[in-house]
Design a protein around this ligand. Sequence first.
Ligand code: PLP
Length: 426
Amino acid sequence: MSQPDQGQNIPHWYAGDADGDVLSLSSGEGARVTDDAGREYLDFMAQLYCVNAGHSCEPIVDAMTQQAREIPYVSSSKTTPAREELAGRLADRAPGDLNDVFFSISGSEANESAIQIAREVQDAPKVLTRWRSYHGSTYAAGALSGDPQTRAVVERHAATTGVGKFLPPMVNNSPFDGDTPEEIGKQAADHLEFVIKNEGPDSVAAVLTEPVAGTSGAYPAPPGYFERVREICDEYDVLLISDEVIAGFGRCGDWFGIQTEGVEPDMITFAKGVTSAYAPLAGVLASEEIAAEVRDDGHPLGQTFAGHPVACAAGNAAMDAYADGLIENGRALAPYLEARLRELDEKHDEVAHVHGRGLLWSVEFADPGTGEPYVDPRVEPDADNPVETVREVAGDHGVLFGSGRPDTQVICSPPLCIDRADVDEA
Ligand code: PLP
C-alpha cells in the first residue's frame, strides 16, 4: 500500500521556522491564536485586517458546514438561497441606492470589476487613485495601488495605462502645508480637482479611494475632505468608488467606512470582513441603474467561484454577528483604544503620530533627533528602523501587530470582539 503524502518538500515560505520568521498558527478562539508549539498570542491585527468576528466563531462555522452539506456549489448562472440572502442584506446595509451586487473572490478582483464597470458606463478610459493606497495585486488592481514600495515592480507587470494618481490628504508628513487638518483636506480636494481638469474630465471614469487608507497606515481623511470630493465628482461627472476591503464591516465603526464620512459613493468594493475571512468572497455594490447597463451589455464580470455558496453562508452568519453587537462593541471600544495609543505618543519621543478610526489605528515612528520618519528598510536595506523591533518584542510578549507600508508604523486592527482588557494587554 502506498504511504499517504505527508508533504515532505514544504516550500520555505510555508514552513514555520524556529526563528519565528514564519509563524505557524494551528488554532484560534475569539481574539486569540495559538502556534504549533502551543504559544498563545493576542491577534491585534485580525490576521490581515479581516477576521473581524474573531476566530472559531461557532455560528459562522455551523452555517458553512450546513451549506456544504446541502449544496456546496451552484454556478453563477443560477442562484441559491444563501447567495440571494447575502446580496439582499448587503444592499440593505449599503448607503444610498447601491442595491445590486457583483460578487467576486478577492478584493483585487472586486476593484478590477469596479473599474471595468466604471469605464463601461462612463465611456471614459481613466481611473484616478491616491498615492499611499493599496487596491490589490492583480494586473489592473496592482496598477491602482499607490504604494511607493511596490511601484517599480508594478510598473513592470501591471496595466498602468489609464490610471492617474493624486496626492493623499494626510495630515502628518503631508504634501500640503495647511495649518489645520481642515485646511489640508481642502487643499487636497482642490488638488484632486486640478488633476481631473488636467487629465480632461471627459476622459476620467472614476475616482477610486479607500475611505480610511488601510495598509498604507490607517490614515483617515480630514473633516470635510470627502464631502468636497463628492461635490467635485458630481461637478465633473466622475464616479466615486469607495474601496471598503479593509474599511468595511465594522472596522471603522459602521458597516462601511464611507458612512462615517456621511457621503454616498457610486460604487463600493468589499472583501475581507464580509465573511470575517472564513471563506474568500468579495464584490462590488452598485446602483440598479449602473448594474443594468453593464448586465445589458453582456459584460463578462465574475469568476467560477464568485459568490460561492459556502462563502455566502459564512457572509450571512458574519453579518448576523456584526448586527448582534460586534459593530457596536467595536464602536464603543474605539475611543478607549485611541486614548491608550495616544498615551504612547505622550510617553515616547520615538512616536511621531497616532492616527486611525474605529478599530483601525497606526502608531507612526520617527527619529526623535530629526523628527523624520524612519526610512523603510525594504526601501533602504541598511536603514535603522525600530518598528521591526517593536513588532518582534510584541510578538515575544504574545501580541501580534501589523506593519504599515512603508514600514514606519505599527498597525492595530483587532477583531471586533476584543474588550478593554485586551486593549490594555496590547
Ligand atoms: N483593497 C484594499 C484597501 C486592500 O487593503 C486590499 C488588500 O489588503 C485589497 C484591495 C486587495 O484585496 P485582496 O488581497 O483580497 O485581493
